[in-house]
Ligand binder design. Structure first.
Ligand code: ATP
Length: 207
């Protein structure tokens, strides 16, 4: 199974990295792809450029060959829709189930994503439960796809919804950006190499 972990990564932090590593092991994934988004259609535009966010990702995983970066969303113009990304990944990996990992906060917004129902045509969706986010409502569409056994995911290529608890690290990129703007030190919330890059390129210094 191939894992897909999309995000703006503005900047990447230990909340992302710990979850990525953990699900790589729990689901015995053959690959875990971190996919930075170019122009996220459903949220504010990133502060750092696509190139800067990609370079921070490269620094963050440089000693972790078990994680990979897939920059396909940065390589085309216009907004990047996850449904198109999944369609293209499913052509590249025609024989393996795709698992799209999203946080609990992202799951709450899922129905606002472009053609959200079609996501399930190309991948299973795994919701990583995150501190402070309670998921208590699921509509009929989700209930029908909800599965409780991890083994069910390997038996079909797409279409299921699964919840996985990951080690709770209450870290967000927004909080890190805010700390930098306030001239506070976000050390130990993200890799030192990424923090050094942020300082060198003077990122996130203004509101
Ligand atoms: P921002 O604060 O700018 O919204 P973020 O920290 O939430 O950023 P994103 O790049 O938007 O990071 O998130 C990418 C994915 O990682 C999303 O699915 C999100 O839910 C998940 N995620 C973010 N932070 C954590 C965390 N601390 N633990 C687990 N998952 C996380």
């Amino acid at each position: 199974m191939i894992g897909i972990f999309g995000g703006t990564f503005d900047p990447i932090h230990y909340g992302h990295l710990r979850s990525a590593l953990e699900v790589k092991d729990v689901f015995a994934l053959s690959k875990l792809l971190l996919i930075p988004s170019a122009q996220p259609p459903h949220r504010e535009q990133p502060v750092a450029t696509a190139t800067e966010r990609l370079q921070m990702l490269e620094l963050a995983i440089s000693h972790h060959p078990e994680l990979s970066i897939d920059a396909r969303e940065l390589n085309h113009d216009g907004p990047s829709y996850m449904v198109d990304t999944l369609a293209s990944l499913s052509k590249d990996y025609p024989h393996e189930p795709l698992l799209l990992f999203i946080g609990g906060d992202a799951f709450k917004q899922l129905m606002s994503w472009h053609q959200w129902q079609r996501l399930f045509d190309f991948a299973h969706i795994v919701v990583m439960t995150r501190p402070g986010v309670v998921i208590n409502t699921m509509n009929e569409f989700f209930k029908q796809r909800h599965c409780q056994q991890l083994t069910e995911l390997a038996s079909t290529r797409a279409g299921k919804l699964y919840f996985q608890h990951v080690t709770a690290l209450d870290i967000s990129a927004t909080a890190i950006r805010h700390m930098i703007t306030q001239q506070q030190n976000p050390g130990f919330l993200l890799p030192d190499t990424v923090l050094a890059y942020i300082r060198q390129h003077q990122l996130y210094q203004r509101h």
